[in-house]
Design a binder for this molecule. Sequence first.
Ligand SMILES: [Mn+2]
Length: 336
Amino acid sequence: MKTHNSQIATSDASAEICRLLREQQSFLILTHYRPDGDAIGSQLALAILLKNLGKKVEAWNDDDVPAKFRFLPRVTMICRPPSDPQDFDVVVAIDCSIQPRLGSGLERVRSRKHFINIDHHVSNEKFAEINWVVPEATASGQIIHQLIQRGGFQLTRDIAICLFTAISTDTGSFMFANTTAESLRVAADLVEKGVDVGEISRHVYESYPYARMQLLQRTLADLKLVERNRVAYFWVTNEMYERSGAKREDTEGLIDYARSIDGVVVAVLFEELTEPGKIRVSFRSKHPKVDVNSIARHFGGGGHREASGARIAGQPRDVEQRVLEAIHAALKEAAL
Ligand SMILES: [Mn+2]
């Protein structure tokens, strides 16, 4: 038996996780707040897998499932953390690089025997006892697919739909540079399991509320280009949310409009949070020599080389200036 505090190397982690999924009985699956398609898809895929094994499963998130992911099978399994603490054999964190991003869920765990962390963020802090972190994986959903294969678990159509959504969203619909032969092979396997690609695309990419378009209009009207047009940035302010009627979840993907401009190397989206004095900043890089994970880390955040984020304390203009200075330094270092 492993003791509670033992750290298990990544190479052994998948075998240990497969064993726990089979042997333990009650599970809690957590992912990061403000969940994206990979977070929700991976969380649900694992929850369905465990249900199919006859286990007791809970899946919690502090935030609602974004509307475009509510078509996913068994999505009602995801709920808010309850007020009363509960006991579990195993707690699993998915797609979450640092423990605080799990939100309040962990505080509602009275006891657990095992704590597992499955993720693909290069910035993952390996905060659990069993950490399976695969930075080469395109999406956490791809690691869950690997888990299913290694464990000899059944990959049902419902699970395949969740995993396809996870991988599709984290690769920008298989457009971003993180798309690998392996992610396409896994996607092909999922399609063979019965995934309807057109149907998923309609839900995820073609079912935005009109309010999001109104938010987009306002944000793009103020888009700015600096650093000889290599940096594009824009703001989503609380006022824009109010005037457009858009929700927080509608901001996801807006940064891709700034990213898509010819010549832009770094795109940045600043978002005012309801929590005063804090700004959410998202970064995207289109150049292999510009690592936005290290820029985000400089501000206490993290993510991937080409996509990252941070929550930065300070007044809006001050945060903007500090971020633009950090990007200026990164461009200079990359000799761009
Ligand atoms: Mn992810």
